[in-house]
Ligand binder design. Structure first.
Ligand code: HEC
Length: 148
């Protein structure tokens, strides 16, 4: 398949995923990127309550995040598309949020048992909504998926 065809196929798959059920959710965005507004609103609330203290209200991360902090641990990276988070599939992101930093290499807490699976799904969806179209497209084409 050429790239255009892959993108077209993914669009169709994404759109089909958005329209589940009889009632069409109110959507935000266009084309490849369509988000259920209620999901975004809930995801943002989860983020502002639990994540913004480290990652910033807009997911911009801590200044100087590329270098470890004074304790030698990694600092909270941006989640808004200016960091490396888009190199993870959405299931890898969810797993990361469930389990926190591996091996205590940083202070990202584990959210398993504190947030529901739905809350974690929705906060990840909100995070992807922060990215530019260009980053989103790279995620879909290079990382190879958006939905699993
Ligand atoms: C106490 C500070 C802190 C809080 C609160 C926090 N994080 Fe993090 N987060 C971090 C740090 C530090 C890292 C880097 C961890 C690493 O690479 O091991 C990180 C990494 C991540 C990553 C991987 C990003 C990447 O580029 O590799 C994701 C996704 C993430 N956080 C999402 C969240 C979400 C969602 C929440 C709220 C439910 C949250 N974080 C709350 C500190 C925090």
């Amino acid at each position: 398949m050429n790239n255009k065809l892959i993108i077209a196929t993914l669009c169709t798959a994404l759109l089909a995923g958005c329209g589940e059920g009889d009632k069409q959710p109110e959507v935000q965005g266009k084309g490849l990127r369509q988000y259920d507004k209620n999901v975004l609103a809930r995801g943002e609330r989860v983020f502002l309550t639990n994540c913004a203290v480290c990652h910033g209200n807009g997911g911009e991360g801590k200044p100087g995040w590329q270098q470890p902090g004074p304790d030698g641990k990694l600092l909270p990276p941006p989640l808004d598309g200016n960091g490396r988070v888009w190199r993870l599939t959405s299931s890898q992101m969810k797993q990361f949020v469930h389990q926190g930093s591996p091996d205590g290499r940083a202070n990202m807490p584990a959210w398993q048992g504190k947030l529901s699976d739905q809350e974690i799904d929705e906060v990840i969806t909100w995070i992807t909504s922060l990215w530019s179209d260009a980053i989103y497209l790279q995620w879909v084409t290079k990382v190879g998926q958006a939905q699993n």
